[in-house]
Design a binder for this molecule. Structure first.
Ligand code: BG6
Length: 485
């Protein structure tokens, strides 16, 4: 592993994302020895005028009360908090950044020995209103460029990466003027989830799946995200984006890539990302008949949401891939807020058995389910003989529930794993510029049709399964609905 001073700079340090995700992930990495105190300094930067201690107190309170730091962790927590400094400044004037740069340079010169190089990781946990402004990125860059003596500078950027193809491309071009692609880590936290990371292993390290992962055997694939709460205080942000930009174009499309892509020639990040781009580029334009949008009743009661908002909080979209493996196999992508449960899973539904002497299809088809959350699990639904004297069949499951099988193993938080990757310089689980472009190419025409009012969301009751039209869409297309959602 590399040594030398490591400065982690969290921009937007007083915001929600930093408090709930970035700092807890850093704390977990610290506890596991990945952030050695003799090398690391963490900086919080934001506009809010608070002191080092005020930021530490806020973080302590969150980590103890909301994030459940155990009593044994309190000692570590105090040491961790001592690694954090806070600098207050705006994103549109150089003063704060100069101050920050001075502090970082001092830290580097104190910790650096002759053979060491310095490492600077900038984490942009910024609100969308600040983030796209090229200006702050230029400023961030100024401090990065003041420092060129070996080592590295990397930048972690959070979605939203633009609003459509054009704005995303503009943003990409701005960043590309200042940083090279290997320095840019576009984070999509779904790529850090245990079972998302398991997807390629499952597909390519198991002989079972290799020969049947295609249109000859698979009837349809469903990638479903549901939350049982609404936008809860984020209505203002959410209304600018909607469920397609918030969940589908990024999180679920990344999952889709891993399910549908061809086998990469190696595990090198570039080989994997090359295949993701190829499958994204093979997706056909989305047909309006393959879309159902919804908006939960009460969404507009949020004072930050306009009274006539047309923003969908629910969407089912069928993606169709034009290639040899998947021609004719619908990929049903579904995401919704304020539904009846919180769950994210992938369902691969197989075709009926040809020449079915047991009439198994009446009882349900073979299905492979990968439950991303909660309670990670992989299970296969299959037909077995019902135990007993009679010869009859029933559906049962081969069940790999992680909680049972891996008792005592802590599954790392997505952010923890991804931040460690950024320090190690592994870009496999980050979105490359061309992937981003290809994903916006898929959704931009649909998003524009929604914005022009050509497609409207259907109201649904909070706590329901979403608009019944979404179920109709699946039924009409003849999909198996026996899994009892
Ligand atoms: C975020 C979205 O990216 O992902 C949120 O902005 C959503 O709206 C969240 O709630 C879901 O993440 P997770 O890991 O809780 O499924």
């Amino acid at each position: 592993p590399e040594t030398g001073p490591l400065s982690i700079i969290v921009l937007g340090a007083s915001g929600d994302l930093a408090k709930k995700k970035t700092f807890p992930a850093l704390f977990n990495l610290y506890r596991q020895g990945f952030l050695p105190s003799d090398q690391v300094q963490i900086y919080g930067y934001a506009r809010t005028k608070i002191s080092d201690d005020e930021l530490r107190d806020r973080l302590r309170s969150y980590l103890v009360h909301d994030n459940g730091a155990s009593p044994e962790q309190l000692d570590d927590l105090s040491k961790f908090l001592q690694l954090i400094k806070y600098v207050s400044g705006s994103y549109d004037s150089e003063d704060g950044f100069c101050l920050l740069d001075k502090d970082i340079s001092e830290h580097e010169s104190k910790k650096k020995s002759a053979e060491d190089s310095s490492r600077r990781l900038f984490y942009l946990a910024l609100p969308p209103s600040v983030y796209p402004s090229a200006y702050n990125i230029v400023l961030i860059c100024c401090i990065c460029f003041l420092f060129l003596a070996g080592g590295w500078t990397r930048i972690v950027v959070e979605k939203p990466f633009g609003r459509d193809l054009e704005s995303a491309e503009q943003l990409s071009a701005q960043i590309a003027e200042l940083f090279d692609e290997p320095q840019i880590y576009r984070i999509d936290h779904y790529l850090g989830k245990e079972l998302v990371q398991n997807m390629l292993v499952l597909r390519f390290a198991n002989r079972f799946f290799l020969p049947c992962w295609n249109r000859d055997n698979i009837d349809n694939v469903q990638i479903v995200f549901r939350e049982n709460f609404g936008t809860e205080g984020r209505g203002g942000y959410f209304d600018q984006y909607g469920i397609i930009r918030d969940i589908i174009q990024n999180h679920l499309l990344q999952v889709f890539c891993l399910v549908a892509m061809e086998k990469p020639i190696s595990l090198k990040p570039e080989h994997i990302r090359d295949e993701k781009v190829k499958v994204l580029e093979s997706v056909l334009p989305i047909n309006d008949d393959d879309v159902v949008l919804g908006q939960y009743e009460g969404y507009r009661d949020d004072p930050t949401v306009p009274d006539h908002s047309n923003t969908p909080t629910f969407a089912t979209v069928i993606l169709r891939i034009h290639n040899e493996r998947w021609e004719g196999v619908p990929f049903i992508i579904k995401a919704g807020k304020a539904l009846n449960s919180r769950k994210a899973d992938i369902r691969v539904q197989f075709k009926d058995v040809p020449g079915d002497i047991y009439k198994c299809s009446k009882k349900g088809r073979n299905e492979l389910v990968i439950r991303l959350q909660p309670s990670e699990a992989i299970y296969m639904k299959l037909t077995v003989k019902k135990p007993g004297l009679e010869m009859s069949t029933e559906q049962s499951e081969l069940d790999l529930s992680y909680r049972q099988r891996y008792q005592g193993v802590t599954i790392p938080e997505a952010y923890e794993r991804l931040i460690l990757d950024t320090i190690r310089g592994d870009q496999q689980h980050f979105v490359r510029r061309d992937e981003l472009k290809a994903s916006w190419e898929i959704f931009t025409p649909l998003l524009h049709r929604i914005e022009n009012g050509e497609l409207k969301p259907i109201p649904y009751k909070p706590g329901s399964r979403g608009p019944t039209e979404a179920d109709e869409l699946l039924k009409e297309a003849g999909y198996d609905q026996t899994h009892g959602y």
